[in-house]
Design a binder for this molecule. Structure first.
Ligand SMILES: [Zn+2]
Length: 76
C-alpha cells in the first residue's frame, strides 16, 4: 500500500491516499485531488504546482502527430 498512492505533503502528517486502479488516469487524478483537498481542509496547505495540467498536455502532444499523418492529402 505504501508504494502506490499520494502521501500528504504537509510536514508531519502520515496520511496517504491510495490509487484504486494504477492503470487508470482518472483514478490517479482522483487520488491526487483527494490528497490535495485533505491538505487544504485539514492543514490549510496549498501546494505550489498544478499536478494535472503538464501531464495531460504531454499526452495530447504524443497523440496529435498520428492524426496529422493519416489525414495527408492524396492528390498527386
Ligand atoms: Zn495531512
Amino acid at each position: 500500500m505504501r508504494s502506490s498512492g499520494f502521501p500528504c505533503r504537509y510536514g508531519g502528517c502520515e496520511r496517504s491516499y491510495p490509487v484504486q486502479d494504477q492503470s487508470s488516469m482518472a483514478a490517479l487524478t482522483a487520488a491526487s485531488a483527494a490528497r490535495s483537498a485533505h491538505e487544504i481542509a485539514d492543514h490549510d496547505y496549498h501546494h505550489a504546482t498544478l499536478p494535472e495540467a503538464p501531464r495531460l498536455t504531454s499526452y495530447r502532444a504524443i497523440r496529435r502527430p498520428k492524426d496529422a499523418a493519416t489525414s495527408r492529402p492524396s492528390g498527386i
